[in-house]
Design a protein around this ligand. Structure first.
Ligand code: IMP
Ligand code: MG
Length: 179
C-alpha cells in the first residue's frame, strides 16, 4: 500500500460470530482435555486476543506459555523463512500441548512449531487456529480445531495485523485499498 492510499476495511467476521465460535471450540476442548492439565501455547503476536478470549471459556485446569515467531516482516506474503524470536519457558515432556494460532496461511509456521515441539516428547500435540486459508494451506497434518475456513484474502483485526497496525479491531476485516 502506498503512503497516499486510503485503507478500506470490509467487515468479514463480526465480533459476535467470533465470540460464538470460540465458545463452541472451548466446549470441545473442555471435553477433550478433562483431567489432562494441558499447556496452551499461544503464538505471538497474532494469537494474543484469540487466546485471551478462548482461555476464559476453558473450565479445566490448564497452563499457558508463548512462542514468538516471525516470517512476514511488514509484508503480506510469508518470506518462507520462519524464525524463533522467543522460546518456551515450560517443560513439554509428557505434557498435553495445545498450540493456539491466529491464522494458518502457507502452513510454514505450523510445520516449524510442530518440529520444535515434537522433539521435546509431549504426551500429545494438537493445533487450534481461529482462521484457516483453505485455498493455500498445504499441510501434511491436520489442524484439529478451526474457527473459520476463509478464502485467500489478507485479513486484519482481532489480533491480526498489517505492518503492525489494526490488531486492536474487535472484528475481522479484509484490508482493501483505494488510491
Ligand atoms: P503461515 O506460516 O504462512 O501459515 O502464516 C502464519 C502467520 O502469518 C500467522 O500466524 C499470521 O501471523 C500471519 N498471517 C498469515 N496470513 C495473514 C493474514 O491474512 N493477515 C494477517 N496475518 C497473516
Ligand atoms: Mg501468527
Amino acid at each position: 500500500m502506498s503512503a497516499q492510499s486510503v485503507p478500506v476495511l470490509e467487515e468479514y467476521i463480526s465480533e459476535e460470530k467470533i465470540s460464538n465460535r470460540i465458545k463452541q471450540i472451548a466446549k470441545k476442548l473442555n471435553k477433550d482435555y478433562k483431567d489432562k492439565n494441558p499447556i496452551f501455547i499461544g503464538i505471538l503476536n497474532g494469537s494474543f486476543i484469540f487466546l485471551a478470549d478462548l482461555i476464559r471459556e476453558i473450565k479445566v485446569d490448564c497452563e499457558m506459555d508463548f512462542l514468538k515467531l516471525s516470517s512476514y516482516g511488514d509484508d503480506k506474503i510469508s518470506s518462507g523463512d520462519v524464525k524463533l524470536l522467543k522460546d518456551l519457558n515450560c517443560q513439554i515432556e509428557n505434557r498435553h500441548i495445545i498450540i493456539i494460532e491466529d491464522i494458518v496461511d502457507s502452513g510454514l509456521s505450523l510445520k516449524f512449531i510442530k518440529n520444535i515441539i515434537e522433539i521435546k516428547n509431549p504426551a500429545s500435540l494438537r493445533f487450534v487456529s481461529l482462521l484457516f486459508k483453505k485455498n493455500i494451506s498445504n499441510l501434511d497434518f491436520k489442524v484439529d480445531y478451526i474457527g473459520f475456513k476463509i478464502k485467500n484474502e489478507f485479513v486484519i483485526g482481532y489480533g491480526l495485523d498489517y505492518a503492525q497496525k489494526y490488531r486492536n479491531l474487535k472484528g475481522i476485516y479484509v484490508l482493501k485499498s483505494i488510491n
